[in-house]
Design a protein around this ligand. Structure first.
Ligand code: PRP
Ligand code: URA
Length: 206
């Protein structure tokens, strides 16, 4: 599987709070931000670096610095809840937006917005907390690849095996980083056990 699942006690702890249906939106947003920090560290672990010489107050030494421009593309709406940690960790990141909405009955994602910066040569993180059927992620990764991204990493909170398989089939070799790989989908194509509708829980709607 092209999936890297976070294996860290803090990730499990934060997931427990996100899954709990009693967690109110304010706390849900805070937990999502903290968990995204862990996800983004994992997703960027193999970013290219180069060596530079720096002078400490004591002497000159070698230091490893980032050598690859980064882009982040949250899928509206729920992906917005993952943006803040990315811009905090990578202040020079270029940000684009893709708006996709699943149809309530068919679960087919409809595109309603797309604004991407030039992505040539960039590693692009596509941010969407829920990888359910994989339809939204597959569309978004297609748009980001078509815009020239050198490499795309899909960053999710919860993934279903169905979504992982669909994304891998549409974009072979893509790296998916998630905090949890769940059992599957229910008859409404929600992730089981999942955490419900991420966008609704983030923004207190629904
Ligand atoms: C949710 C979620 C993903 C999508 C996942 O968004 O944030 O974008 O569903 O489902 P899929 O893998 O089956 O495509 P939704 O369409 O509910 O929109 P929202 O973020 O505006 O709530
Ligand atoms: N979108 C969500 O927010 N949750 C799911 O379980 C599936 C799609």
């Amino acid at each position: 599987m092209p999936l890297q699942a976070l294996d860290h006690p803090l990730a499990g702890h934060l997931m427990a709070g996100l899954r709990d249906r009693e967690t109110p939106p304010e706390r849900f947003r805070a937990l999502a931000k903290r968990l995204t920090t862990l996800l983004v560290l994992q997703a960027t672990a193999s970013l290219p670096t180069r060596t530079e010489r720096v002078r400490t107050p004591i002497q000159e030494t070698e230091a490893r610095v980032l050598d690859s421009p980064l882009a982040a593309v949250p899928i509206l709406r729920a992906g917005l809840g993952m943006m803040e940690p990315v811009v905090e960790l990578f202040p020079d990141v270029a940000v684009g937006y893709i708006g996709l909405e699943r149809h309530e009955e068919t679960a087919i994602a409809r595109s309603y917005y797309s604004k991407l910066p030039p992505l040539e040569g960039r590693t692009a993180l596509v941010l969407d907390p829920m990888l359910a059927t994989g339809g939204s992620a597959a569309q978004a990764v297609g748009l980001v690849s078509a815009a020239g991204a050198a490499r795309v990493v899909m960053v999710c909170v919860v993934a279903a095996p169905e979504g992982v398989a669909r994304l891998e089939a549409a974009h072979p070799g893509i790296l998916i980083v998630a905090a949890a790989l769940d059992e599957g989908l229910n008859e409404r194509r929600y992730i089981v056990p999942g955490l419900g509708d991420f966008g609704d829980r983030l923004y207190g709607t629904g």
